[in-house]
Ligand binder design. Structure first.
Ligand SMILES: Cc1ncc(COP(=O)(O)O)c(C=O)c1O
Length: 382
């Protein structure tokens, strides 16, 4: 095959430490080429295999591959019956997709505060946000740090609320060995290129409920229960299927599924590399005045998707100044996230205290391939 020139999409030629670095190995490429030799390119055996492996990895009964985590959240909310007139509580610090998914179901997102401790949704703020119309909570395992799921579950039980877990950052995150996403009705994962496992675009829903799994399978496939393979088996006529409800096309194709299953094989060693890099930052930065390093609890596994540092503003420096200095010296960093209530479209859905936190946040480069030399450069510049 002719070698093509690599596109420098981020203008990274002068960058010594990129912010993220997706890992597509030669074996991943081989697997993708193998799928291209098949004639079944969607809704086939690679999807089934990835779903089975993902269910086993997370310890859930069912896993349903979908086109992205936003679709996973939307279908989960629909499957548990969220609709017009309902309220769903979401944290202020999250990617906008968490709230968008609520709007897609015609329900209203209610924005809650996050805790200063771990930047996850605050229990007291959830309780304050509950009204007669509240039907569900979407805790987000921000940066890969698990939310306090047992306490959130108790609250949900007290007020008869459902839980949909946003696990976009939490592939491999566990509380007392139990994988995130298995505490609520469903758990929703993202395989976007920055995530710990990527299928370029892609997502997965996990659930222990047969009823929810079947509804989501229907919704992702135009409302048709039969798979392509079922329809083209020798027993039936391919056109002989029923449509049980108006569904979407949110399927995960065969190439992405095969890539996902292959990436899942090295998720644990890759997360371990992320965890080592996370500890190295913590060890080197925790004593520096003006910096607050992120926490990791003993009973939890943190996927270390993001390393979110807090930089307390002083007379001589601020978060934005550090960001600029990094860039000048060849280091890319980022900020996760601008609070939901700061966006024009979400202003009317609640105001919280997270603006102060947001101004201090800086996400440092973190990925399995990061070297000590690169981390030392980041530390030196801080
Ligand atoms: C917390 C969170 N929720 C949801 C999503 C949406 O994921 P996707 O891009 O797969 O739709 C993301 C994506 O970055 C995310 O970070």
């Amino acid at each position: 095959m002719k070698k093509t020139k690599k596109i420098d999409a981020f203008n990274d030629s002068k960058i010594k430490v990129p912010f993220v670095l997706p890992e597509i190995t030669s074996n991943d490429k081989k697997i993708i080429l193998q799928v291209l030799n098949n004639n079944l390119l969607t809704d086939g055996p690679n999807l089934k295999n990835f779903e089975n492996k993902f269910a086993k990895f997370t310890g859930s009964k069912y896993a349903i591959g979908v086109s992205n985590a936003t679709a996973a959240l939307q279908l989960s909310l629909k499957a548990i019956g969220i609709g017009k007139g309902d309220e769903v509580i979401v944290p202020d610090i999250t990617f906008v997709a968490t709230a968008n998914a609520v709007i897609f179901t015609n329900a209203t997102p209610v924005i809650a505060d996050v805790s200063e401790d771990d930047f996850n949704i605050s229990l007291s703020s959830i309780e304050k946000s509950i009204t007669k119309r509240t039907k569900a909570i979407i805790p987000v395992h921000f940066a890969g740090k698990p939310c306090q799921m047992l306490k959130i579950k108790n609250l949900a039980k007290k007020y008869n609320l459902k839980i949909i877990e946003d696990c976009a950052h939490g592939i491999g995150s566990r509380i007392n060995k139990k994988h995130v996403g298995t505490f609520g009705e469903t758990g929703c994962f993202s395989f976007y290129p920055t995530k710990n496992l990527t299928t370029f675009e892609g997502g997965m829903v996990i659930t222990n409920s047969k009823k929810i799994a079947e509804k989501i399978k229907l919704l992702r496939n135009h409302g048709i229960m039969k798979s392509l393979q079922d329809r083209f088996s020798n027993k039936g006529k391919p056109w002989d299927y029923d449509v049980l409800l108006p569904g979407y096309n949110y399927r995960l194709d065969e190439i992405r599924s095969a890539l996902g299953a292959n990436q899942l094989k090295r998720l644990i060693p890759n997360n371990k590399k992320r965890q080592n890099a996370f500890h190295y930052y913590n060890l080197s930065l925790k004593k520096k005045i003006g910096l607050i390093t992120p926490k990791m609890e003993k009973n939890e596994v943190h996927s270390c998707h993001l390393y979110v540092l807090r930089i307390k503003k002083s007379k001589s420096y601020s978060r934005d100044m550090v960001f600029q200095k990094f860039l000048k010296n060849g280091i890319r960093s980022s900020v996760h996230y601008k609070p939901l209530h700061e966006f024009s479209v979400y202003k009317k859905y609640g105001k919280t205290n997270s603006k102060k936190l947001f101004k201090e946040f800086l996400s440092l480069p973190l990925y399995p391939q990061i070297t000590k030399k690169q981390q030392n450069l980041v530390i030196k510049n801080l």
